[in-house]
Design a protein. Structure first.
Length: 131
């Protein structure tokens, strides 16, 4: 059941990302979930949260490589790491930003839940040798 929810979530987020990519090409700026913004109106704390997420994701994979924890990484693993890093970045930036509204915490919570679901469905299945 959790895998079905996870796949539906991946489909939903992928469709949303495709829609936003097309909107960017049409010079329409939208932030999550569906808030149209004018040129250069992207909240500063959201840009900083994205930067933090990118850096934390790079740090995670960089350290994993340096300690020879190299293994095959599936796309879902990258999404999981990025979404959890992004939720942490959003939470930190929401705490220090004076312009934070309740909706911003909801977005943070939603992104964290997505990361947790991706974490749960990306765990390798335990083989039952003694069944």
């Amino acid at each position: 059941m959790l895998r079905i929810i996870g796949k539906a979530l991946v489909l939903l987020l992928s469709t949303w990302a495709l829609f936003l990519s097309i909107c960017i090409l049409l010079n329409i700026n939208i932030i999550f979930p569906f808030e149209v913004i004018q040129d250069n109106e992207l909240p500063f704390y959201r840009m900083q949260a994205l930067r933090l997420a990118i850096f934390m994701t790079f740090i995670f994979y960089g350290i994993s490589y340096l300690i020879n924890a190299t293994k095959e990484v599936y796309p879902l693993h990258f999404l999981k790491v990025f979404l959890i890093s992004f939720s942490i970045g959003l939470f930190v930036m929401n705490l220090i930003s004076p312009n934070t509204i309740f909706k911003d915490y909801f977005v943070t919570f939603f992104i964290l839940i997505c990361g947790i679901i991706f974490h749960l469905i990306s765990k390798p299945q335990i083989k039952k040798y003694f069944s």
